[in-house]
Design a protein around this ligand. Structure first.
Ligand code: ZN
Length: 508
């Protein structure tokens, strides 16, 4: 963190020696000790010429009894804030305010934006003041920062909400400070989603479709995170956002919120259990039971197909059937026998392995793929760096905004409005940073090494499963009962086509 004392130095590097003179006299002669406007002006200008300062502005306020407005001083401040000067020259430091509290406040503000105030009658006092103020400002900023986060933390502990409102709620500012979540028109959708998922009859994709049908186009991930969000069971989590440079990061804690929950504790718990159970079912789980477990999808409803084995005449026959047809029962898709899927998947892979049997081709393909992966990785890294840079910029703006509010430079309303805007942008960046999937380039290295030593005939089911997982994105079963025969549509991974093309081009 740059200290407040360092800022002016940085500003003065390029521009040296521009000053403005500010003069103030009161019509009350007594208070001026005989120093007329002319006397003050002459002393200030002489100081400037003695110190090689270029006078770029002169501002004079004549204060009549009881008057508080100082229009010329405002103009001097404007010039200072716009970066037009480095020094403000005054007759005495107390020209900056009616009383000590005010002029010290003004000195502090000027110091912050890198302006040195010089009093021509008290030059050593000016120096001393500048240094004192630097230290004071730093200490004060530290204390205020601690105070703000401490009060924020207290609010969270009391169950107030901070940050953007989650789906189904609006965040409503409270007169006592802090915000409370209030269910909005979308709240019933959330309640329904929890009951549906807890019933065990609906998948996350079903819930996504349900949201879509109500005009909310969301990703399945959105549904997943919503189902995990304890705010819907009436909790408030905090410790996620904490930008204080001084406070230790608070630990993540969960307290009872002041808001109305959208689902019951029981349903929420059941949903968590189901999410845990289902976590391993993606792509057939850790140990898939059948050759194509987790890879086959219904072309009619989009659900996964589930494998089932029957023993007939001493032989095991595996059939796959749509989960929705199994469960809710309203999907008219066909079930399909494993040999039919094999017929669509295995021959193209065998052909590829045949071409890759030649060592020179394997080597060339491997090199080309490594190059492509490097490029992808670089692109990914630079996109991530951009996001992180944007995040840092926003966090900087947030802390400057907080300073601005604490200094009284902007109103509380404006501060809150801007803060909310920035926090929304920040959470979007954080989402993008976490959601960017880890690169999962087609695992062709496995295929290549298999092609090195083995003939297709040697492959067992486990080896085949590895190869298929590396090359096949999904297998779709298309066609409804009573309409037409089921067809197997294989969605190859991008890399499969690439390897195939490369291998064919090189063997030609
Ligand atoms: Zn189906």
């Amino acid at each position: 963190m740059t200290t407040l004392l360092e800022k002016p130095k940085a500003r003065r590097v390029s521009i040296v020696g521009r000053a403005a003179v500010y003069l103030r006299v009161s019509t009350d002669r007594q208070a001026e000790n005989g120093a007329s406007l002319e006397v003050q002006r002459e002393a200030c200008l002489r100081y400037c010429s003695d110190h090689g300062l270029d006078v770029v502005g002169e501002f004079q306020d004549v204060m009549r009894g009881g008057e508080t407005e100082r229009p010329q001083y405002r103009k001097a401040l404007e010039l200072a804030t716009s970066g037009g000067i480095e020094k403000l020259i005054v007759w005495r430091l107390d020209r900056l305010g009616r009383d000590a509290a005010e002029y010290i406040g003004q000195l502090k503000n000027l110091k912050r934006i890198g302006i040195d105030v010089v009093s021509v009658t008290q030059p050593s006092e000016s120096m001393f003041m500048q240094q004192m103020l630097g230290v004071m400002a730093e200490e004060e900023s530290r204390q205020l920062s601690v105070r703000v986060t401490a009060s924020k933390q207290r609010r969270y502990k009391e169950g107030y909400w901070g940050g953007p409102a989650p789906f189904g709620y609006d965040s409503v500012k409270q007169p006592e400070g802090g915000s409370i979540l209030v269910p909005n028109a979308d709240a019933p959708l959330v309640t329904e989603m929890f009951s549906r998922y807890a019933s065990g009859k609906h998948s996350l994709s079903d819930l996504r479709d349900y949201l879509n049908s109500h005009g909310h186009r969301r990703h399945r991930f959105f549904v997943y995170w919503a189902m995990k969000n304890s705010v819907y069971a009436g909790k408030v989590r905090h410790g996620i956002f904490c930008n204080s440079a001084f406070q230790p990061k608070p630990e993540r804690t969960e307290v009872k919120g002041k808001h109305e929950p959208l689902t019951t504790r029981e349903i929420f718990e059941r949903v968590q259990e189901r999410l845990k159970e289902n976590a391993h079912r993606q792509r057939g789980g850790v140990r898939p039971r059948y050759l194509f477990s987790g890879l086959v999808f219904c072309g009619t409803c989009g659900r996964r197909y589930c494998g089932m084995a029957k023993v007939r005449k001493g032989r095991e026959i595996v059939n796959y059937r749509c989960n929705r047809a199994n469960g809710v029962g309203d999907c008219l898709s066909h079930s399909i026998a494993e040999p039919r899927i094999k017929m669509a998947v295995i021959p193209p892979i065998e052909a590829l392995l045949g071409v890759l049997g030649q060592e020179a081709i394997r080597k060339a393909v491997r090199e080309e793929l490594e190059r492509q992966q490097r490029d992808e990785q670089e692109a990914h890294n630079s996109a991530k760096a951009d996001l992180i840079a944007a995040q840092e910029k926003l966090e900087g703006r947030l802390s400057r905004l907080e300073d601005g509010w604490l200094d009284g430079a902007i109103s509380k309303q404006r501060y809150l409005a801007r803060r909310d805007e920035i926090e929304v942008e920040l959470s979007e960046i954080k989402r993008q940073l976490t959601e960017r999937p880890a690169q999962s380039p087609t695992d062709v290295s496995g295929v290549l090494s298999i092609a090195e030593g083995l003939t297709v005939a040697d492959l067992d089911n486990t080896a085949w499963r590895d190869i298929i997982e590396g090359l096949v994105d999904k297998i779709e079963i298309v066609g409804e009962k009573r309409k037409k025969r089921a067809t197997v549509r294989v969605h190859w991974r991008e890399g499969f086509e690439a390897v195939k093309e490369l291998a064919e081009a090189m063997s030609a």
